[in-house]
Unconditional design. Structure first.
Length: 309
């Protein structure tokens, strides 16, 4: 296995499309070029926050952005010209089943932007619909093969494991119990199934885990079979600041977890305040930069404390 990425990797992800359109702007259905430009301008505020954080001390080689082609094409081009680590999504937004945003042209779009990482978001429960899982695995295997054999971009896999109704029923509908008692094991099982299907990410983007031992199990399966350089990063899942910090501290202390991807917790409130006229654009940029820097500091402090033990 010669793939993998094991250097520090601190993503500010803002590749949200459907949730941005409806959640931030309240729009439904097809949008106009003017509306597209409004969303693109809003995402520029996030990007300016990212650059401000770097100017204030976040190391360029550890920092990364994840933004979509639809609303962030100009940002992707600028970031590449600046030498930043970039990632761009390949999946259709808002679908339960993974499929390519640009269908058979997926490779052309990856080549056009040549991001450091090609990212997919996949909802997959290993005990769920088998036919659905097979369809998703087949598409993901095709992408994995393309990225490793024909592309300069590496493979970033965001794994979400939504509960099946029967699984929640066993836990009396308690989603917190699912997250702690069942989801970690299902994530391990999913990674194993993906590997068996020849889906080989360089980095796994993982939902927050409350226990260190669960983080260790994820790293163990992600790196089994000679996959020694495969990295894991923790995602924020839109949780509040306190919960995200807990997840960063837990994951940061585990070798193999190389960073994080925290988006909405970083930028959503500052953008909402700015759009409502409660704050200035400059203040929103500064607040996004502050939050991103703090998450970097939290993760790095956990790594330092662990290495000092």
């Amino acid at each position: 296995m010669n793939h993998g990425y094991d250097k520090p990797l601190y993503f500010l992800p803002f590749d949200h499309r459907g949730s941005f359109k409806t959640g931030m702007f309240g729009w439904k259905g097809a949008i106009t070029p003017e509306q597209t430009a409004q969303i693109a301008a809003t995402k520029q505020v996030i990007y300016d926050g990212f650059k401000t954080a770097l100017a204030a001390g976040v190391h360029k080689e550890k920092a990364a952005i994840l933004v979509d082609e639809q609303f962030g094409a100009a940002i992707l081009r600028d970031a590449k010209s600046q030498g930043y680590v970039t990632a761009c999504p390949a999946e259709k937004s808002g679908q339960e089943e993974f499929d390519f945003e640009y269908g058979e042209d997926f490779a052309k779009h990856i080549e056009a932007f040549d991001p450091t990482f090609c990212k997919v978001l996949v909802r997959y429960n290993p005990q769920g619909d088998r036919a659905l899982n097979r369809r998703q695995s087949a598409r993901l295997s095709r992408l994995s093969e393309y990225l490793h054999n024909e592309s300069h971009s590496q493979f970033l896999f965001e794994l979400l494991v939504p509960p099946e109704k029967s699984q929640l029923d066993r836990l009396k509908g308690d989603k917190k119990a699912y997250d702690i008692e069942l989801r970690p094991r299902l994530m391990v099982e999913t990674i194993q199934q993906m590997q068996d299907a020849h889906v080989e990410p360089d980095v796994w983007k993982i939902e927050g885990l409350d226990r260190r031992e669960d983080c260790e199990k994820i790293v163990a399966v992600a790196r089994q079979g000679g996959r020694n350089k495969v990295g894991c990063i923790i995602l924020g899942r839109g949780e509040d600041d306190r919960k995200v910090r807990e997840w960063l501290m837990t994951a940061g202390g585990v070798p193999g977890f190389i960073g994080f991807a925290v988006g909405r917790t970083t930028f959503w409130e500052p953008l909402v305040s700015w759009r409502a006229g409660k704050t200035t654009r400059d203040a929103a940029v500064a607040e996004i930069a502050r939050r991103y820097r703090e998450f970097v500091d939290v993760f790095e402090s956990a790594r330092v404390e662990t290495s000092a033990v």
